[in-house]
Write a protein of this length. Structure first.
Length: 334
């Protein structure tokens, strides 16, 4: 089902409020390419691919549609940009459902000389501003529940949320075998013998934890296991966790943020590891984005950034059941 005109008017007001929020805080709105040499390095995402064909049809150059504008926005930070944001079309092949469309809108912003605590404050403020535009107050109603958006929001570490909802200490269950046993003891279904630690993490998280998050007020979940944040800086003094957070409202993941990794050689190593995971899983390996690595080698200041699913946010603010309900022309399988 597509959005009607009244919904599209509300969407336009929300987008305008978001743009006003960033402009009032001296953020520069930027645009990045939709035809890229590498769509990103997240090993579990599938990308759309296409070819540039020259007029004489002698040259053919492989290009992808971006899964996120992240790498190009970080290259702008390397060029000296300070505060930037973008409302970017993003593309992920094979993803469709109430919370997924193969083409969707991502709100991303980055701050140079800032950490992810500043981004936590930003995301609280911008969503509160969007809610006020629609409802006149920092509140939303979703699936019969009233969710208070007034600051401060609840902030909890990944380790603490696992102990609270799954009764599992992630530090003690650092191997796949141990985590599988803990998940089975917690009655989590469909845990396979060949599941990696990361896959087991997601299965247990989705079954026992995610649906409980953010029903009274939004939840910021921070300090992720180091292996689950390839683009994030590790926590000083505790390299087992990364300076990454995710935002949850009404059991829905809404945003993903990092203290950005600025070391080019470590970043290249992590990108190569992601590519290795793609190859081992039988997926098409994406090319390494060496222009991004080269930009890091020129120097990137300490920075933090976030990707927020704009369609999901609008869906929540308007009390809709699917992001297709807030998009004028959602993807048609037929």
């Amino acid at each position: 089902m597509a959005a009607n005109l009244d919904t599209l008017r509300h969407r336009a007001r929300i987008v305008a409020a978001i743009r006003h929020f960033f402009a009032s805080r001296d953020f520069l709105e930027v645009e990045t390419p939709y035809l890229v040499s590498s769509p990103g390095m997240e090993p579990h995402l599938n990308a759309f691919r296409t070819d540039f064909i020259s007029e004489n049809r002698q040259d053919r150059i492989l290009r992808y549609l971006p899964t996120s504008p992240e790498f190009h926005m970080k290259r702008l930070l390397c060029q000296g940009a300070d505060r930037i944001f973008q409302l970017a079309r993003s593309f992920r092949n094979g993803e469709i459902g109430d919370l997924h469309q193969p083409e969707f809108c991502m709100l991303e912003w980055y701050r140079a000389h800032a950490d992810y605590l500043a981004i936590m404050d930003d995301v609280e403020e911008v969503i509160t501003a969007a809610a006020r535009e629609v409802h006149g107050e920092p509140v939303l109603s979703y699936r019969g529940r009233i969710i208070d958006l007034a600051r401060p929001w609840h902030r909890i570490t990944v380790a603490d949320v696992w102990r609270r909802f799954a009764d599992i200490d992630l530090v003690k269950f650092s191997s796949a075998e141990a985590l599988r046993c803990a998940g089975r003891a917690a009655a989590v279904p469909n845990l396979r013998e060949d599941d990696s630690w990361d896959i087991l993490y997601f299965k247990i998280f989705l079954d026992r934890i995610e649906r409980n998050l953010g029903w009274d007020r939004p939840v910021i979940l921070y300090e992720y296991p180091a292996g689950m944040a390839a683009l994030a800086r590790l926590k000083p003094g505790n390299p087992t966790v990364a300076l990454r957070f995710e935002l949850y409202i009404a059991g829905i993941e809404l945003a993903n943020a990092f203290d950005e990794l600025t070391d080019p050689e470590i970043q290249l190593e992590r990108c190569m590891e992601s590519r290795k995971i793609q190859i081992e899983s039988g997926a098409e390996p994406f090319p390494l984005d060496m222009e991004f690595i080269d930009a890091l080698r020129q120097g990137m200041p300490p920075s933090a950034g976030i990707a927020l699913g704009l369609d999901r946010l609008i869906m929540l603010l308007l009390g809709k059941n699917s992001i297709g309900d807030v998009i004028a022309f959602p993807f048609d399988r037929n």
